[in-house]
Write a protein that binds this ligand. Structure first.
Ligand code: NOJ
Length: 514
């Protein structure tokens, strides 16, 4: 694992909505460059930027039309290169978003692939031999191109799946993973990665990283083989390139495929989801960090620990505050609850990822879908910088904004959060300062659960000489943790008393150092 990853804290930027520098109503590269000092000052030292390539934007850019061209709306290739340079000038790193599993239906490869006469791209995508032959078990489309056949899609209708082959081909149109056409797909994607690495990015967040090989087995052996091969080729030229996978299975992603990092993704009802988003429309909310919930941290740990243990030390299993696909955490957690949740997320192993605006508690907006966002659109609204026009996001007329800004009179902004000493923003900043200063946080194999029990809300865990204690509930609870010889270095809430174990006040999070 690259050394810098051990102390990395990522900030995720949805470029559409971060900062508009030229007044056209949409965020851009130069806007991001302008705000790098803000990101660095918050305590983040790395960036993941969502897709910024030429695209018809039917899925917010996850439908790439040209992998090597930047989307005009974000600026020029030179602007992006300048962003890379400015990131590096601050000792920071930046990952682009790689979409290796599918392209836009408007990509030149797909246009060629859909032609009747055979050509170099005929097998770049997965086609059956005739329009009425079903691609059994896969979403497929027919009736769109001159070629007689149906093709498999990966996500939306506009996203045909690239052909990396089938683990065990069953039909004549299914190719084995080492078929020349599938090797050509790999080579083309390796070229794309090398292209952006040569331009100066430090690596990639990889979209749907587990989805390359079709009919793969449970541990995704086929997809892992493909990644191993592609990484070997990229690392020959760019040994320092880093990759974080959208996979949610570190044993496969890190252990077998060779990623350095994997995400614990937000899937309804899974361990991560239960931390902050376990609610439904009925008013019930059993999230771990909701004050009135009954949920114990054990439900998170049951899923997290085996996955963490499987790769412990070999790579990073990463926790997010949210991302462009999740509902914002502030949708149902108030500021105090968010402070406790973030104290947890930012003191766990793995590189944390902060989604832009989560540090100020930006809210989820109920909005009609934009660019294929649907319910995700409400988490993609413009960053709220200050109390000025469009919250400082853009000088454009409000009607031209990519999405509306939060119109609530008490909308959180960087300005009002910075001005209030006890705000969420300052909690995040303080936590990131601690993360920088305490060397125990730079090790990722040192997590020990010190106290966690079903039926109890409070829990404690340590990392080397640091002891973290958390009580998300509205009642004081005693944890069986001996704090003799420890000093307190951080607290949300009134903290705790060292009496027969440790009496933890309601809604508190405390860090002690030995
Ligand atoms: C996952 C991305 O995070 C999401 O935004 C996108 O819509 C799908 N993959 C399809 O690429």
């Amino acid at each position: 694992m690259q050394e810098w990853l051990k102390t990395a804290v990522f900030y995720e930027i949805y470029p559409q909505s971060f900062k508009d520098s030229d007044g056209d109503g949409i965020g851009d590269f130069n806007g991001i460059t302008e705000k790098l000092d803000y990101i660095a000052d918050l305590g983040c030292n790395a960036i993941w930027m969502n897709p910024c390539y030429d695209s018809p934007f039917k899925d917010a850019g996850y439908d790439v039309r040209d992998y090597r061209k930047v989307a005009e709306r974000y600026g020029t290739a030179e602007d992006l290169q300048r962003l890379f340079e400015q990131v590096h000038a601050r000792g920071m790193h930046i990952l682009l978003d790689l979409v290796p599993g599918h392209t836009s239906e408007d990509h030149e490869w797909f246009r060629m692939s859909g032609r009747e006469e055979r050509n170099e791209y005929s097998d770049r995508y997965i086609w059956t031999d005739s329009w009425f032959e079903r691609a059994e078990g896969f979403p497929y489309i027919a009736g769109e191109r001159e070629r007689d056949g149906a093709y498999i899609i990966n996500f939306f209708k506009c996203q045909p799946a690239l052909n990396y082959g089938f683990l065990k081909p069953k039909e004549h149109w299914q190719k084995p993973i080492d078929h020349p056409a599938c090797l050509a797909t790999r080579a083309a994607v390796v070229d794309v990665m090398c292209y952006w690495l040569s331009m100066g990015c430090d690596g990639f967040r990889v979209d749907m990283a587990d989805s390359l090989v079709k009919n793969d087995d449970e541990v995704k052996s086929g997809t892992c083989l493909v990644w191993k091969d592609m990484f070997a080729k990229v690392h020959e030229k760019y040994p320092d390139a880093v990759f974080v996978s959208e996979w949610n299975n570190p044993a496969s992603a890190i252990g077998r495929a060779g990623f350095q990092m994997d995400f614990f993704l937000d899937w309804t009802g899974n361990g991560y989801n239960l931390l902050m988003r376990d609610y439904d429309g009925s008013g019930r909310d059993d999230s771990v960090f909701k004050v009135k919930s009954r949920r114990s941290i054990c439900d998170f740990l049951d899923e997290y620990l085996p996955k963490y243990e499987a790769i412990k030390g070999a790579g990073l299993y990463c926790l997010i505050t949210g991302n462009h696909d999740t509902v914002r955490a502030a949708y149902n957690l108030d500021e105090r609850e968010l402070k406790l949740a973030y104290s947890f997320l930012l003191t766990m192993p793995g590189a944390p990822f902060i989604y832009y605006g989560d540090e100020i508690g930006m809210r989820y907006q109920k909005l009609p879908g934009k660019e294929g966002g649907y319910t995700r659109t409400g988490s993609r609204t413009p960053m709220q910088w200050d109390g000025g026009v469009n919250h400082g996001f853009s000088g454009a007329d409000a009607s031209r904004l990519y999405l509306p800004t939060d119109s609530a009179p008490d909308a959180p902004t960087v300005e009002n959060q910075q001005a209030r000493g006890d705000s969420l923003y300052h909690t995040v900043k303080e936590l990131l300062r601690l993360r920088r200063e305490e060397s125990a946080f730079a090790r990722h194999d040192n997590l020990r659960i010190e106290a966690a029990e079903r039926g109890m809300r409070s829990f404690a865990y340590s990392r080397g000489g640091l002891m973290m204690l958390c009580n998300p509930s509205d009642r004081a609870e005693t944890l069986p943790v001996d704090l003799t010889g420890y000093e307190r270095i951080y607290a949300v809430g009134d903290g705790c008393r060292k009496e027969q174990g440790c009496l933890l006040d309601a809604q508190s999070f405390v860090i002690f150092r030995r």
